[in-house]
Design a protein around this ligand. Structure first.
Ligand SMILES: O=C(O)[C@H]1O[C@H](OP(=O)(O)OP(=O)(O)OC[C@H]2O[C@@H](n3ccc(=O)[nH]c3=O)[C@H](O)[C@@H]2O)[C@H](O)[C@@H](O)[C@@H]1O
Length: 436
């Protein structure tokens, strides 16, 4: 598009309108005809050039790859790109996996990718680097992964051509699907982004996985928020999950039902992990522990929610290293998908696990821990829990995950936040920088 408009700009032969007026009456009829003729030729050339740039050829042909790059996803395709994908996917340990990690530049995605690579699995990342929060943090995580040999492909899970291409280049044994629109409260601001990533994107990914040969086993991120307004605690996978309090939760719940369908019809092996408020170094700036830290350091007041009648609002905060162990455990115990090329050959594994810490902490205690670690007193602004998607309490029962793959969280909030604060200060400095 850019190309044709710049050509059109050049086609404004007289650079000033006045000049054009003076000359106009001196032109003969033949000059006008010539001008019209050459204008048509020129416009025709632009049209041919534009049409040629549209992706019309099959996904694996190089010219189409190049044009798609310029029109849709900026940076994929071509022999050099394929080489990088293959090299990143290379398995370096006996019985290792080749894993496609979606959302690899995200918080959990970065940690899981690094852990897989460390133990010798092949890892290819995929991320659209959207600006839901500061993309420079995502770029910094990307650099971190690049240094350990992990290539993150820049693209969206809704791009079926890109996903097919990736599966064509690498026969992934597993997909760790962590790409999502996260955040509970933001769903009121931008509901469509949740449908786009958590529903449409997930379905798109499953479509590609179901057609792949061999089909990969899929482990994906659900959320503790599916328990919604439940009051029975701790939350167990056997409990109802039909009263979500946010659209975010509803899209994750929808994901669980969609997973059931693809498992049932196509024999895809699917494991959903219900994460409980994951925190730690390289975390998400939209989460409370993260922006509380930033604002306490800046001397800004922080809103601390409380329930009705001063009721405690608490979370089963779970440290990232424990979550990573849970993700790897789920991958290691995932059975193979049974279908191939879009056809089911037998029944396949379908699982859902809570990955929490099992010890909820009130948000006000979280703030006290941060105050001690930062050595700064917080300006607390206690307010009623707004009705914007938050639930009052979460608490995980993790006996399923413990039984299935020995999941046992070992980091308490105090220890985990200490590590987070150490990272935060080394990354942003302890000053009052207003740059994120
Ligand atoms: O467990 C989960 O599944 C979810 O955990 C988090 O959601 P949330 O627990 O709401 O995490 P935060 O937004 O960091 O909030 C933590 C606590 O701080 C409270 N809070 C939040 C914001 C604020 O300004 N003040 C405040 O007191 C919240 O009510 C909540 O109790 C993530 O943001 C979700 O993406 C994830 O799916």
């Amino acid at each position: 598009m850019k190309l044709s408009s710049s050509h059109l700009d050049n086609n404004n032969i007289p650079s000033t309108p006045g000049k054009f007026k003076i000359q106009r009456f001196r032109w003969h009829y033949s000059s006008l005809a010539k001008l019209t003729f050459w204008s048509f030729v020129f416009m025709g050339l632009i049209l041919v050039f534009f049409l040629k740039s549209l992706p019309t050829s099959p996904p694996n042909s190089t010219p189409s790859d190049l044009s798609r790059r310029s029109l849709k996803t900026k940076s994929w395709g071509g022999p050099g790109w394929e080489k990088r994908v293959k090299s990143s996917a290379k398995i370096r340990s006996p019985n290792g996996f080749s894993v496609l990690v979606t959302g690899a530049a995200g918080f959990v995605g970065t940690h899981v990718s690094a852990a897989l690579k460390r133990r010798g699995d092949g890892v290819v990342g995929l991320d659209n680097f959207n600006n839901y929060y500061d993309p420079s943090l995502k770029r910094a995580r990307q650099s971190l992964l690049e240094r350990s040999g992990i290539f993150i492909v820049e693209g969206d899970i809704n791009d079926v051509v890109l996903l097919n291409k990736l599966f064509q280049v690498v026969p992934f044994t597993h997909v760790m699907h962590l790409a999502a629109q996260a955040g509970v409260r933001y769903a009121m601001e931008n509901p469509n982004s949740y449908v786009h990533s958590n529903i449409a994107g997930f379905v798109n990914l499953l479509e590609v996985c179901k057609n792949a040969n061999p089909q990969p086993a899929i482990v994906w991120a659900s959320s503790s928020s599916v328990y919604g307004l439940n009051t029975k605690i701790p939350f167990s996978e056997k409990d109802r999950t039909d009263q979500p309090a946010s659209l975010y939760a509803a899209t994750k719940k929808a994901g669980e039902e969609i997973a059931h369908t693809y498992n049932h019809i196509y024999g895809l092996s699917l494991t959903g992990l219900r994460f409980f408020t994951v925190y730690g170094p390289w975390g998400r700036p939209d989460m409370a522990y993260f922006f509380f830290t930033r604002d306490i350091l800046k001397g800004k007041s922080i809103p601390i929610f409380e329930g009705a009648n001063h009721g405690t609002v608490a979370r089963d905060f779970t440290y990232i290293d424990d979550i990573v162990k849970g993700c790897l455990g789920a991958l290691d115990t995932a059975e193979k998908s049974t279908g191939s090329g879009g056809k089911k050959k037998g029944s396949a594994q379908l699982r859902v696990f809570n990955l929490g810490n099992t010890s909820p902490v009130p948000v006000s205690d979280l703030v006290s821990i941060l105050e001690r670690l930062l050595k700064v007193k917080a300006k607390r602004m206690v307010m009623k829990l707004p009705r914007n998607g938050d639930v009052q309490f979460t608490h995980a029962n993790i006996s399923f995950a413990h039984r299935e793959f020995g999941y046992k969280p070992t980091t308490d909030l105090q220890t985990g936040l200490k590590k987070f604060v150490r990272w935060y200060v080394s990354y942003y400095g302890s000053g009052k920088k207003d740059d994120h």
